[in-house]
Design a protein around this ligand. Sequence first.
Ligand code: HSE
Length: 305
Amino acid sequence: MNEITVLAPATVSNVVCGFDCLGFALEGPCDRMTLRTREEPGIEIKHFDTYGLTTDPTRNVAGVALSALIEAAQITTGFELEITKSIKPGSGIGSSAASACGAVVAANRLIGERFSKAELVELAMAGEMVASGSRHADNLAPCIYGGFTLVRSTEPLDIIPLSFPELYVTVVHPQIEIKTSDARAILPLEVPLHDAIINWSNLGAFVAGLTNGDLDLLGRSMVDTIVEPARSSLIPHFDQVRSRSIEKGALGGGISGSGPSMFMLSRSEKIARSIKEEISAVFGNSSIEFNIYISKVATEGVRFA
Ligand code: HSE
């Protein structure tokens, strides 16, 4: 085999109470990536989308992740990578993670599955570092494992895939750009103990809610007294979107990753659809353009097309 095509899914990280450590995968949107081996060493990247991302493999997130894999595997052949992104960069639903993960999962298949999922996340982290300037894996881990994952530590990497009940997500992406690096620069450097207690209690409860299938507990655990207060003013209609979604039956939700997307979790597709209508009405009354998606929480991460 010298060619493979993968679909790399969007992901929601933080999930309100798990800043930099909790995340889950969506069924879509997905980036489509075709990887081909070639005799000549090096990486050639072609983009078939309109986002104007660099094709320089030393600056392109997928190129950097692929270089990390080439070095770790000590291979001498090169790769051609064709990328068609559907996940808009800067949307807050793991666009850079999808690029990095898609590239390493595809390459791993072509070289005979030499790396484990955890090792692939480690390699993809080199790409994520280029995008956000920070070593975090809360989008990368669910992008590769699927489902919900908890990253207990990045050094050394320790990923815990979590069991979870059937859940639906409504994601709204207001068409404004928030750079992850900017959204990280406004975070507090120190956290009062009182706030830390609230956050770690809720994260523990959220994980218990997932593994026990206790949806009410999930809902009341989506609380964040540290990151959300610093970031929510960057997100158009944040309070209204959440309160009206909860009135329509959302379990809870908040900022997806570093924004500007917001996500709402629900117990059924029917509720997720009525939340979609409600959020569309909120944005319909403003001049801000938006995309809105409904997805199940995906059991699978990057998949072969
Ligand atoms: N956990 C990260 C953040 C996700 O919120 O900054 C974005 O890459």
